[in-house]
Ligand binder design. Structure first.
Ligand code: AMP
Length: 630
């Protein structure tokens, strides 16, 4: 098997290629229809196949690997560990699903999961999948307002949560956040099911709130409900360019085929191997490569609740690799930057045996060359940068493992397109550009299985967001270029999405909060480079005429507002008062130019600019505020 042959085969006959890949997973009914184009220009894979994602992750392994560890729960944050075998996890999930069923949860119902990294969270996801219910995991760092927006959109029958999460050494009480979100939301779920953690007990509301373990007592373990290949498995909200998050919808069939393919061919994992996706179930990586992917592949997956530089120190990652014999791990570069900051020489790694490790995969944000070199030298294993998004659910570029001709890494590149992804770089008019020329990164339609084709309740928004700007292509929202050998280089977003510690956030959402302050006439929130977090948001504020405020006080108020309404994960810590913002003649703020100024990149004077002199003025102010790198 060679990369070129595989790539060509997928390109020339996607149906045949992905029909063959579909044979590698277990279906209750094999699909006859492989790929279909829908009326609104999207696609669906394996529409008439029948399967169950929980069956693939658990039941299917009972005979061969029932006693193998499915999840290693490791929580330095609470000083606890658990080893859960496939058999045990299956029992827990079937019973929990039985409890949900008794509460009336059926195929197609939605359930919101707002939980920390405890095994119950994986049980919850898999139990929903078992019943054909659609889960929507919301990252525990989101504030009640953000959770409420997602509750109103997903309209869940239930919310599954825990009494608290742990952020560094601090307990964050989740239950009051969920209560507040339910108060704020128009839609009211029937029940909240609460996992009481020993470190903090939540107060319960009689009738509405149910205890995690009591509610399932005496329930009949539930069987797997067959679902169609293109039935939804989950909704995962991600930041778009406008304020409202987008509920990305993942199907069951394409997802299972793609994860199986990626686990073996991208990550080089086989059944029995130990895999560590060092992320959180609140993000797409957590769905694909903490829970579903490794379990479907029969691996033992690490379920880690902690921080890379704490409990007790920046050697935590190395300790986990040693303790469980991790064969391969995945992480955002920001975690390694944090470790390096604490332990620049990597001294702590020397205490551990890291010989089990074959590869380190990084994605989610740009891998800077200095972090790459540091890791490469320290670990002496290939450090592999690869690129994907919430929407795709699995990687679009990566070297392929175990094939005759894996593509060697090139510094700065996220490698070559994976079979199924025909990645092009086009100019603003949708015309392909030359090699090494920067442009918009797009993917020729149709895209391979696993990629989302819908936004929950808003199919038209999917088309508008992804398929309209460049007809015939999926618009990734990323900018970059390809070199003459087809290696892809991602330079960053071309829209108002920023990437803070590998977390994707909408500046529009933050602008909505900032502009609601009484003293603010208008504002632009832009991402500026940060050596640790990749990017951090900074607000440029224009005050209402006649407002006299202490700028430091205003900044503190705005910081608190964003923290309360978006969440601490936004890392919004700076707001700078400016006289005016650059705009087009029609009054639109030129955010793209502001981004370029902040990144110290060259820009062309836009022909539509209202007043050119503002750019010099704003550059000076941003320089004075220390927002522009040298
Ligand atoms: P998310 O949907 O939260 O996974 O974020 C996806 C975005 O993260 C992409 O659109 C890119 O902007 C960025 N991203 C992901 N992987 C990489 C990578 N390897 N290098 C640079 N940027 C990346």
């Amino acid at each position: 098997m060679g990369y070129n042959e595989e790539y060509q085969a997928a390109r020339e006959n996607p149906e045949a290629y992905w029909a063959e890949q579909a044979n590698r997973i277990d279906w209750f009914t094999k699909p006859e229809t492989i790929l279909e184009k829908t009326a609104n220009g999207t696609y669906s894979w394996y529409a008439d196949g029948e399967l169950n994602s929980c069956y693939l992750a658990l039941d299917r392994h009972l005979e061969d690997r029932g006693d193998q560890v499915a999840l290693y729960y490791d929580s330095p944050a609470t000083d606890s560990k658990q080893q859960i075998t496939y058999k045990e996890l299956h029992e827990r999930v079937a019973l929990y699903a039985g409890g949900l069923k008794r509460l009336g949860i059926e195929k197609g119902d939605t359930v919101v999961i707002y939980m920390p990294m405890i095994p119950e969270a994986a049980v919850a996801m898999l139990a929903c999948a078992r019943l054909g219910a659609v889960h929507s995991v919301v990252f525990g760092g989101f504030a009640p307002n953000e959770l409420a927006i997602r509750i109103d959109d997903a309209k869940p029958k239930l919310i599954l949560t825990a009494s608290c999460g742990i952020e560094f050494e601090k307990k964050i009480a989740y239950k009051p956040l969920v209560d507040k979100a339910i108060d704020l939301a128009t839609h009211k779920p029937d029940h909240t099911i609460v996992c009481q953690r020993s470190v903090l007990q939540a107060e319960m509301t009689e009738g509405r709130d149910l205890d995690w373990y009591e509610f399932q007592q005496g329930a009949e373990p539930a069987d797997c409900v067959p679902v169609k290949g293109n039935d939804p498995l989950y909704i995962l909200y991600t930041s778009g360019t406008t304020g409202a998050p987008k509920g990305i919808v993942r199907d069951n069939g394409g997802h299972a085929v793609a994860l199986n393919y990626a686990l073996h061919n991208v990550y080089g994992m086989n059944a029995g191997d130990v895999w560590w996706g060092a992320s959180d179930i609140g993000w797409v990586v957590g769905h694909s490569f903490i829970v579903y992917g490794p379990l479907m592949g029969g691996c033992s997956a690490i379920f880690f609740e902690g921080k890379p530089i704490r409990n007790p120190d920046a050697g935590t990652f190395w300790r986990v690799i040693d303790e469980y014999g991790v064969n391969s791990m995945f992480c955002a570069p920001t975690a390694f930057r944090a470790i390096r900051k604490e332990d620049p020489e990597g001294e702590l790694s020397k205490k551990y045996d890291l010989s089990s490790l074959n590869w380190v995969f990084v994605a989610g944000e740009k891998l800077d060359s200095s972090t790459y070199h540091w890791l490469d030298e320290l670990l002496q294993v290939p450090v592999i940068d690869h690129w994907w998004q919430t929407e795709t659910g699995w990687p679009m570029t990566a070297p392929m493992m175990g094939w005759d001709s894996p593509s060697a890494a090139r510094l700065g590149s996220t490698n070559k397109p994976i079979p199924g992804y025909d990645i092009q770089v086009v100019d603003g008019d949708g015309q392909p550009v030359e090699a090494n020329e920067a442009g918009n990164i797009v993917v020729t339609l149709p895209m391979p299985p696993g990629v989302a084709w819908d936004i929950w309740n808003q199919p038209q928004r999917f088309t508008d967001s992804y398929l309209t700007a460049f007809p015939g292509y999926y618009h990734t929202g990323d900018g970059g270029f390809k070199d003459e050998d087809g290696y892809v280089y991602i330079t960053g977003r071309t829209d108002d999405v920023i990437n803070v510690s590998g977390h994707r956030l909408s500046t529009g959402e933050m602008e909505e909060v900032v502009s609601s302050h009484a003293a603010v006439a208008e504002c632009a929130v832009i991402g500026v480079n940060d050596s640790l977090k990749g990017q951090i948001p900074v607000g440029l504020i224009v005050l209402k005429a006649g407002e006299e405020v202490d700028e430091k006080e205003l900044e503190a108020e705005l910081v608190q507002m964003v923290r309360d309404q978006v969440g601490a994960l936004a890392c919004f810590r700076r707001a700078v008062v400016v006289q005016r913002l650059p705009k087009t003649r029609s009054g639109k703020i030129l955010r793209a130019i502001l981004r370029k100024i902040a990144a110290n990149e060259e820009y062309k004077m836009p022909s539509t600019i209202d007043d050119e002199s503002i750019l010099g003025e704003i550059t000076d102010m941003m320089e004075q505020a220390g927002m522009i790198p040298a």
